[in-house]
Structures are given as C-alpha cells and as structure tokens.
Write a protein that binds this ligand. Structure first.
Ligand code: MEV
Length: 310
C-alpha cells in the first residue's frame, strides 16, 4: 500500500533553554513547513531513505539497527511499539524544514517516519506514544531535551510546556502574525544547550535567576496570548531575547536581525530555538508587516516564512 504521513516544524515563542531547567515555555507548530514520509510496498527489509539528511539511507531489521542513528532509532522504537518487526518496504523522507536552524526539523522527521511506519502496519500510533518515541530520538540530537519540540511537533497545537508536567494546549485569541527570518547559519542545539549547562554550573545563582525571569515572561505571555494583548506580547518577546543574550546563546547575526525587525516596526522580536544561528521570529501587525520584511531583507536575510498562528 502506498501512503504518506507528515509532521510540521515548530517555533519557540518563549522560554527556550530555560525550559530545560523546568521553567515554562510556549511553542507553536509551523504547519506550512513539514517533513513528509512517503511509503511504498517494495523492498525487503524496511529501508528508510532521506536524501537531504547527513546519513541518507538506513535499513532496519530486528537485529541490525544502529541505535545512534536518528532514523534507525525512530523506526526501531516504532516497530517495537507496534510489535511489527517484519515490515517490508521503502519509506522516502522529504522535508522543507531547514536543518539545524531551531525549527524542529529532527523532531518532525522522526514524527513523520513513526507515523509512516504505523500506516505501513495498517495501524495508527497515538500522539502521546509517538511523542515519547520522538523524545527518545531527540536525546540523540540534543543530549538533554526538555521535551517541548516533540510535544509541539507531534500534537501540532500551540503548547504551554513545563518539563515533566502534563501538557497544556493554549488558545490563541487574537491571531499572531509572525515573520521568521533566517540567519542562514546552521547551529547545533546540543552545543548551545551544553554551553548553557556550563554557565549554570559556573554561576548557578545568577543563571537560575535568569531562568526564573524567562519563566515569568512565559507566564505573562500566556496570559497575553489568551487575552489578545498583542502589543504587550511583543514587548515580552524582546525582553526574552535580551535574557537569551545574557545566557550567551544569541549571536551578532541574530541580534542584528532582531534590531532590524524592531526598527522596521515589529511589536517584538527574538531568536527562536537553540540560538547561535537559525532563526529570528518577529511579531508584527498588518500595518508593519511589509516594513519589517523590508528591514530584515536590508539587514541581509531572506524571510523564510510569514505565518498567522491561531
Ligand atoms: C530547542 O528547540 C529548545 C531548547 O530549549 C532545548 C530543549 O528544550 O530541549 C534550546
């Protein structure tokens, strides 16, 4: 049976990095950029082909999979969950989510692959189970993931997330007009997360205070999202960016894009995701959108995406 499955990218609106330490964070799915998995009933044993990824093809059987490879681990954990070791066929992965840019590419590829394997087995995998599988795979990418990426990507809903607590989905009352601008610099979340860990170990009291401030911003932001206080939400985004700078996860390129967006009239702007490279998100209104895009382009970026959340 030929079939397909997919999962979206994501953007963290508030709380990245601090979320690893138990502080709340807010993320939204980016449904217009997706990882897709196309299944064909052909070869035996199950082969996963992902030409755009560092390791473009893996073959998975009961004994021969490599637990250090994200595709193989996703496939093996899904097959284990379904008790379906004898699956045969080919799954081809295509993704339009940029890699290593804070937009959840790894989580989306895993989620799409897990769903595709379940379809090949003529079953479905519940989102909460798939999210657990993607979380295990995220450990390969991130070392100590908080769980926010797998949660938002698998459930494809705006989420208020606190590590190890029940997931809370949030309702966006007033649509959020968001522009994403790409520094074009690939950066590994794992490295940024490790550097924040070293900072925390060197300066625990000061760093914990910064995490708490980020958490307070995320809590305020939730209220703004749920009441439609968009102007205040923008201010909170910019304040969150300054705190991320003080954790040393921003970069000159990210700061330049944040400044350009604000000068262009954005209500707020910040880096999003692991940082160092990747993307800036800017909150705009319909009046300021074109000026902000022009300002970002003049600052040397391409606008990756313009989206309305909610
Ligand atoms: C990565 O998208 C978000 C981080 O907070 C890491 C994590 O939460 O696992 C930087």
């Amino acid at each position: 049976m030929n079939s397909q499955a997919s999962a979206p990218g994501k953007a963290i609106l508030f709380g990245e990095h601090a979320v690893v330490y138990g502080v709340p964070a807010i993320a939204i799915p980016l449904s217009s950029i997706r990882a897709r998995a196309y299944c064909k009933d052909t070869a035996h044993p199950l082969t996963v082909i992902a030409e755009d990824l560092p390791r473009p093809a893996v073959t998975i059987g009961a004994e021969n999979f490599d637990r250090s490879d994200p595709l193989a681990l996703t496939a093996a954990l899904t097959m284990e969950h379904l008790n379906a070791w004898n699956l045969a066929g080919e799954i081809r992965i295509r993704s339009d989510i940029p890699i290593a840019s804070g937009l959840g590419s790894g989580a989306a590829v895993s989620a799409a692959l897990g769903r595709a394997i379940a379809r090949m087995h003529n079953s479905d995998i519940p989102d909460c189970e798939l999210s657990k599988i993607v979380f295990e795979v995220e450990k390969l990418h991130h070392g100590t993931p908080s769980g926010i990426d797998n949660t938002v990507v698998v459930h494809e809903k705006p989420v208020y997330f606190v590590k190890d607590e029940a997931i809370e989905f949030i309702r966006i009352v007033e649509p959020l007009h968001i522009i994403l601008a790409d520094t074009g610099i690939a950066s590994l979340t794992r490295d940024a997360v490790a550097d924040v860990r070293s900072l925390y170990e060197r300066e625990p009291a000061h760093t914990a205070k910064q995490f708490d401030e980020i958490g307070a911003i995320a809590n305020d932001a939730r209220v703004c999202i749920e009441t439609g206080a968009i102007a205040r939400l923008g201010e909170l985004m910019t304040a969150n960016h300054h705190l991320l700078r003080s954790l040393y996860v921003s970069s000159a390129e990210l700061d330049k894009l944040v400044d350009a967006a604000l000068i262009g009239g954005a209500l707020g702007a910040k880096m999003s995701g692991g940082g160092r490279g990747g993307n800036v998100i800017a909150l705009v209104n319909d009046r300021s959108a074109n000026c902000v895009k022009d300002a970002l382009i003049k600052a040397g970026t391409k606008v990756l995406l313009e989206t309305i959340a909610g």
